[in-house]
Design a protein around this ligand. Structure first.
Ligand code: 1HN
Length: 344
């Protein structure tokens, strides 16, 4: 009888649709996160002209969404910015409409340039001004338009890779059906945007979802950040950091995505910190250097930096105060028992 050849054994296993765990156990169960993505950065000054060029090639209606995807260089063609987060830059030209649809992916928009663009969520319009945060939570109808005279550009942050991991994607397009109910602009903010919530009757009934507030204007969050920073000592790892909260329960802005703003006084150097949540940082104000696992990225207004899970982050603010936005999968990891932090 011929001696058993290990290769022969593996071959026979493969034919039966099985494989030996002992070959791959170390790769499957790692002592710490092993992201497939790498720290990476995108400059707004480089991307903006390409996006404007795309404006000559295709209309918002033809494209449905005219977006350039920020693809992590470690996994080209994978349409993701970190292992779990998608980022894109979207252009809507004056007079254009990006038609209504809805899907199970949750999205946030950080407005980068807009004078007169708007998003409607379930038929309620909000004006988009620079550095506003606008949400389109899971399964809410949303469309975008631009009634101004200049191009509107914003950053889209979505949980697409998370939804893909669950194969949980569903989507619908309005097509020729009537538009979703039309709600007066400002309605959600009146009901939920002032730390009040409606108690009874039709005011209370119009909590359209568990995420009733979908517009966090720059003028409001920037003032809150400034006042809080003035009233507190800077944290050695984060300076002053605040989370955008759902007014119903104080939890994250959406079920899969957490969003934060951070103020670092001029010249601040933070202590290094690792978090298991992956994150996408966007510059709002001032200039800073983000060191991620020893790689150095300069970040100014509208620039983007991807931080994979467990990347060691230290931030150096420049000669003026630096304000940074970031969104992450932190809330999702917390729910799944995957959240860890290591402060250096
Ligand atoms: C989406 O619905 C928008 O509504 C933008 O603006 C980007 C990327 C993938 C899937 C859906 C939008 C998107 C998207």
């Amino acid at each position: 009888m011929a001696a058993l050849q290990p290769d022969d054994f593996r071959g026979r296993l493969g034919q039966e649709g099985v494989s030996p765990l002992w070959d791959v156990l170390d790769a499957l169960v790692t002592p710490r996160p092993a992201p497939r993505t790498t720290p990476a950065a995108w400059r707004y000054d480089t991307l903006r002209p390409l996006l404007v060029e795309a404006g000559d090639l295709i209309t918002a209606r033809e494209a449905e969404r005219r977006v350039l995807i920020l693809q992590n260089p470690a996994i080209p063609g994978q349409h993701r910015t970190t292992d779990t987060l998608y980022t894109g830059l979207q252009l809507v030209l004056p007079g254009e409409l990006a038609p209504a649809h809805r899907h199970t992916q949750s999205a946030l928009r950080l407005v980068l340039e807009s004078e007169g663009a708007w998003t409607a969520v379930d038929g309620e319009r909000v004006e988009m001004s620079n550095f506003d945060l606008v949400l389109t939570p899971n399964w809410r109808w949303h469309e975008h338009g631009n009634d101004g005279t200049t191009p509107a550009i914003w950053l889209d942050g979505l949980d697409i890779p998370i939804v893909s991991a669950f194969a949980g994607g569903f989507a619908e397009h309005l097509g020729n059906n009537p538009p979703p109910s039309v709600v007066q602009a400002g309605d959600s903010r009146a009901r939920y945007g002032s730390a009040l919530k409606p108690v009874v009757g039709t005011t209370a009934d119009r909590a359209a979802s568990g995420y009733p507030l979908f517009h966090y204007p720059y003028v409001q969050w920037r003032q809150a950040l400034e006042d809080t920073a003035a009233a507190s000592d800077a944290d050695p790892h984060f300076g002053c950091v605040m989370e955008f909260a759902n007014p119903l329960d104080g939890a994250s802005v959406m079920g899969t995505i957490s969003a934060f703003v951070q103020l670092l006084r001029a010249g601040t150097v933070t202590r290094p910190c690792r978090q298991s949540a992956s994150a996408v940082y966007v510059g709002i104000e001032g200039h800073a250097v983000l060191r991620v696992d020893g790689k150095r990225f300069e970040i100014g207004p509208r620039d983007v930096v991807a931080v994979p899970s467990w990347g060691e982050v230290a931030i150096e603010a420049g000669a003026s105060d630096a304000v940074l936005f970031n969104y992450s999968d932190r809330v999702c990891m917390e729910k799944l028992g995957l959240w860890r932090e290591q402060r250096g």
